[in-house]
Design a protein around this ligand. Structure first.
Ligand SMILES: [Zn+2]
Length: 118
């Protein structure tokens, strides 16, 4: 059995501080995809391409004739992902990402609440 190699938390923290804040939003909250193109293959399956408004990641979907996604792939902008070989994002890596973003928000708020809580 192959053990999964997860990204080092300190690498994730460094990456989060290096990328634009709008990319951090994508990494944490998903992309905002808009339609770019679509079509049909000769065998009857479909394809579509969508692109993120914030980070310009492109997502390709191959879809069967009944609407099920057969395959999906992403093309990310340079620097969006961790360095190749850094390992997979696991729960600890995601938590580090979330905390880096949260601390940035708190620093930006400069002691004021981002939104009043009553
Ligand atoms: Zn995005």
């Amino acid at each position: 059995m192959t053990e999964i190699f997860f990204a080092d938390v300190s690498d994730v923290q460094a990456h989060m501080s290096a990328i634009p804040s709008k990319w951090r939003e994508c990494r944490l909250d998903r992309h905002i995809l808009r339609k770019v193109d679509a079509g049909r293959y000769p065998d009857g399956d479909y394809w579509r391409v969508r692109e993120c408004r914030r980070c310009h990641t492109r997502r390709w979907d191959d879809i069967d004739a009944e609407g099920y996604i057969i395959q999906k792939s992403y093309k990310y902008p340079d620097g969006y992902q961790l360095e190749p070989g850094s390992g997979r994002m696991g729960a600890d890596s995601r938590a580090a990402e979330r905390m880096a973003d949260l601390q940035g928000d708190i620093a930006k708020a400069n002691g004021q609440h981002l939104r009043s809580v009553s």
